[in-house]
Unconditional design. Structure first.
Length: 159
């Protein structure tokens, strides 16, 4: 049963459904300035089979934004991405291999890939056991460049 304006009455709206105002805000770039970032994350998740979550985090481990269809806590993944970045950066420095670019942790039933996005941000991608890591790396690289530009643009607008 829907009302004339197409909205379900409150008692019939699923608890997990976003309020109508939130749905409108997400579709309006003026009301949701992070929309281009959200589109990049969703695009990567849809382009690579097996990707379950895409997360933007600071190098300090704080969550910035996420797109997920898994039950992983995005704040925890952001913290793990920062930890992986930290140890990788230390290894790169100790071995004279230059600046951090990416690290991939593969497990029996999935992986976590962490990419540097500029100097202060990370892209963390969680994949299930079916993800093709080579394809993920191939598809993620152009996304990282676009995310870096978008984040830089957002930062410049805050100044």
């Amino acid at each position: 049963m829907t009302m004339p304006d197409g909205v379900q009455p409150p008692r019939l709206t699923p608890r997990h459904a976003a309020p109508v105002t939130a749905r409108v805000a997400q579709s309006d770039p003026v009301l949701d300035p992070q929309r281009p970032l959200r589109q990049e994350l969703a695009g990567l998740r849809h382009q690579v089979a097996g990707v379950t979550s895409c997360i933007i985090a600071g190098v300090d481990g704080l969550l910035v934004l996420f797109d997920s269809r898994s039950n992983h806590e995005p704040h925890d993944v952001a913290a793990m991405a920062a930890a992986a970045h930290g140890i990788s950066r230390t290894c790169g420095s100790a071995l004279n291999q230059g600046l951090f670019q990416e690290v991939t942790i593969r497990n029996q039933n999935g992986c976590l890939a962490v990419y540097g996005v500029g100097e202060l941000s990370l892209l963390a991608v969680v994949g299930d056991g079916s993800v093709n890591v080579a394809r993920l790396h191939l598809e993620a690289r152009p996304v990282i460049g676009r995310l870096a530009a978008l984040l830089e643009n957002n930062y410049n607008h805050l100044r």
